[in-house]
Design a protein around this ligand. Structure first.
Ligand code: HEM
Length: 157
């Protein structure tokens, strides 16, 4: 493994952990405050806006670092779909990509539902509408970290 491959792997795991950690924290600890009207709309909007920025940045970094590791490490520098479709390891990687897409999409939808309502001067109603999307993002995120942990443990090799 080259130094660049090692850096890509470390970045992949680090950014993934920070991203999903942020999503889980907002879903479990921050949004319930808005649902119960225990926080003002402005700080709630700021927190979720920062999470959205983190989420967009992380989504791009995860795709780029994941594609690097896939090509240079998993596939050994060869362009081939066969190892992805014919092995447990490949299936886990494909599952990771699908879950990554799911986390990205659910955070975007949840944030958009929240911002639409906050812009209209509401708090409880948009937070209630956004919560299931952020909970789904948290579950999908825990799923993708679990898949990463399985790959790290050598499952499917
Ligand atoms: C939320 C998004 C993601 C998270 C949290 C995540 C997390 C992880 C973790 C923890 C590992 C184990 C690292 C190791 O021990 O080597 C891993 C491996 C990997 N990930 Fe991801 N990942 C995500 C998205 C992606 C995406 C979008 C791609 C593809 C474009 C990808 C491709 C890979 C590959 C190729 C490996 C190495 C598999 C192997 O051992 O051959 N990941 N990921």
């Amino acid at each position: 493994m080259s130094t660049l491959d090692s850096v890509a792997t470390v970045v992949h795991v680090l950014v993934g952990g920070l991203w999903i950690g942020g999503v889980v924290f907002v879903a479990l600890a921050v949004l319930p405050l808005g649902r119960d009207a225990d926080v003002d709309p402005q700080p709630l909007e700021t927190v979720v806006d920062r999470l959205l920025t983190l989420s967009r940045f992380a989504a791009v970094v995860m795709l780029a670092s994941g594609a690097h590791v896939l090509y240079h490490v998993t596939l050994g520098g060869e362009v081939s779909t066969e190892p992805l479709t014919s092995s447990g390891r490949g299936h886990l990687i494909l599952t990771m990509v699908v879950l990554w897409l799911g986390v990205t999409a659910t955070v975007e939808i949840g944030a958009s539902k929240l911002f639409d309502g906050l812009d209209a001067g509401k708090l409880r109603e948009p937070t209630r509408a956004a919560l299931p999307w952020f909970r789904a993002a948290a579950v999908l995120g825990i799923g993708v970290l679990t898949v990463g942990g399985m790959l790290s443990a050598g499952v499917g090799f």
